[in-house]
Design a protein around this ligand. Structure first.
Ligand code: GDP
Length: 532
């Protein structure tokens, strides 16, 4: 059994694709699935995308369909690797779940539109990956069209994200005249033009870019530019350093085009070799080895059914060690009792299948009768083992909420607490003001609608929601001054989080900087870590 577990862990790669909407994530995912032989399923990625419905429809659809599978995990096999792609929802669905999903990934693929460079949503998601220290692989997409200068893109990664890059290949022709890429490792040119999109490969005989065979192939103009670029990269660029890559300090950069399927397969193969298998994870009981024979895992996401008639939920569990088998009984640390993991499901594109067995790196969804919370640890054999809790991520929208009917205060509090425990909302309490002032924080505005809907349908409470102009929450990590005595702008609010920690709510970046300048001892943090 031990050998079997090691074998399964060794071949697993679990990652998320982070990108800004429209960079081509759906297209890339589809192409990756194709290589995995999941041709039949590939179409369904697109079908799902076509379902980008308005919020109100979404509620209806959730009701009709039962549990939504809008964000899930795609598993497929390629070259004997078992690959799990964690789906991170885009635009309208962007919520705290999107961040939490990254807690279950061992690496990330950062997809960038070559013409647009680093965009807003990518920055946010990158930040979380960076905090976790996971390796980040960059795929610069849409190279079949005019793009930014590749050196400029490297600079952008460094200046905007603070990460240095190592181009694994280099584009030839970036003004809408894309010829292909030069593969630095293999000293070969993979042709886009007239070459069946990368199928034609021309290698250097002397093992260098400065080869007459390339001049003949590209013409002097393109060849000269390529030689200059590569010389500059070799001289002034960072050297390839696998250790730095694995620590998330250097990102291997690939240029390609998902739509035309150019550079996707070489990327996938290189990625599978470089990306880490599921690693050792810290717990309250020390390191947990993914190859240990005892099952452990943690809940990183809970998807509640919106239909009041079927109030079931699915808890998504990332397996960290051991072997999962259907119907097994595990110890639920936070509840302090054994639970049976019934109806385990795995998600293949849109289809759900019952899982018989799974290993570290895999994600399973289990039926949740209301006992699981985000961050819960499940383990076989060790009732004390706890994994680090899932952090609270930076909310961007805040609102004061009160029940319309003050007689419903009790149900209101119950519902708010329940949804906060589930991780649907973050709850803050304004200090110095009476019991009425509950402030909820959400990452995506959709979460507020879910709150309103569920309080009405599950707790019979109509909500009064007063949106606040605040956009940033910062936890006070340390300060010599009593929080109430801090020098702050008049609009900055001082609140408590659920654990009675002090949090400042700011309207804009400027007022954060102001607070930091006026109170030199004040240290703020935008992602709140949770204890083991
Ligand atoms: P997502 O929002 O990140 O999932 O992006 P999609 O995969 O839906 O792609 C957004 C748009 O970009 C679609 O119209 C795609 O056809 C297009 N697209 C994706 N990849 C490429 C590419 O490599 N080249 C070009 N020219 N267009 C692309």
């Amino acid at each position: 059994m031990q050998n079997k577990i090691s074998y399964e862990v060794e071949r697993r790669r679990t990652f998320a694709i982070i990108s800004h909407p429209d960079a081509g994530k759906t297209t890339l995912t589809e192409k990756l699935l194709l290589y995995g032989g999941a041709i039949r399923l590939a179409g369904s990625v697109k079908a799902r995308k076509a379902n980008k419905y308005a919020t109100s429809d979404w509620m209806e659809i959730e009701k009709q369909r039962g549990i939504s599978v809008t964000s899930s995990v795609l598993q497929f096999e390629y070259n004997n690797y078992c690959i799990n792609i964690l789906d991170t929802p885009g635009h309208q669905d962007f919520s705290e779940d999107t961040y939490r999903t990254l807690m279950a990934a061992d690496s990330a693929v950062m997809l960038i539109d070559g013409a647009k460079g680093v965009e807003e949503q990518t920055i946010k998601l990158f930040h979380v990956c960076k905090m976790r220290g996971i390796p980040i692989f960059t795929f610069v997409n849409k190279m079949d069209r005019a793009s930014k200068d590749p050196f400029e893109l490297m600079e952008e990664l460094e200046n905007v994200l603070g990460i240095r890059s190592y181009p694994m290949n280099w584009p030839i022709g970036t003004d809408g005249d894309f010829k292909g890429v030069y593969n630095r490792k293999l000293s070969q040119i993979e042709l886009f033009e007239g070459g069946n999109h990368g199928q034609t490969v021309v290698s250097s005989i002397k093992g260098s870019v400065d080869d007459k065979i390339f001049a003949d192939l590209l013409g002097d103009h393109y060849h000269k530019k390529l030689c200059e670029d590569i010389e500059l990269l070799d001289m002034a660029g960072d050297p390839f350093d696998k250790e730095k890559i694995l620590k998330g300090e250097l990102t291997p950069m690939f240029f390609g085009s998902a739509m035309t399927n150019f550079g996707v397969q070489p990327f996938l193969e290189e990625f599978l070799q470089l990306a880490p298998k599921p690693g050792i994870k810290m717990s309250s009981e020390g390191e947990v080895d993914p190859e240990s024979d005892k099952f452990t895992g943690f809940v990183f996401k809970i998807q509640a059914n919106m239909n009041p008639a079927h109030r079931d939920r699915i808890a998504f569990i990332r397996i960290c060690s051991g072997r999962f088998t259907r119907g097994m009984t595990v110890y639920h640390v936070q509840q302090g009792k054994e639970v049976r993991l019934s109806q385990p499901q795995q998600f293949m594109a849109q289809e759900r299948t019952i899982v018989e067995e799974a290993y570290a790196g895999d994600i399973i969804g289990v039926f949740d009768p209301g006992i699981f919370h985000i961050g819960d640890t499940l383990s076989e054999g060790n009732s004390n083992l706890r994994f680090e809790g899932i952090p609270i991520f930076p909310a961007e929208h805040f609102a004061k909420v009160t029940p319309v009917d003050t007689m419903k205060r009790k149900q209101f509090i119950k519902g708010i607490n329940q949804l906060s425990e589930e991780g649907t909302i973050q709850v803050f309490k304004q200090i110095d003001i009476g019991f009425e002032s509950i402030i909820v924080g959400v990452v995506g505005i959709l979460q507020l609608e879910v709150l309103e809907y569920r309080l009405k349908h599950e707790y019979g409470v109509d909500l009064r929601i007063q949106k606040l102009p605040h956009r940033h929450a910062r936890w006070i990590v340390s300060s010599d001054t009593e929080p109430r005595n801090l020098t702050l702008t008049s609009t900055t609010m001082i609140v408590h989080d659920q654990d009675e920690r002090y949090v400042l709510l700011f309207e804009n970046e400027w007022s954060i900087r102001w607070a930091e300048e006026k109170n030199p001892s004040l240290k703020l943090e935008d992602i709140a870590k949770r204890d083991l």
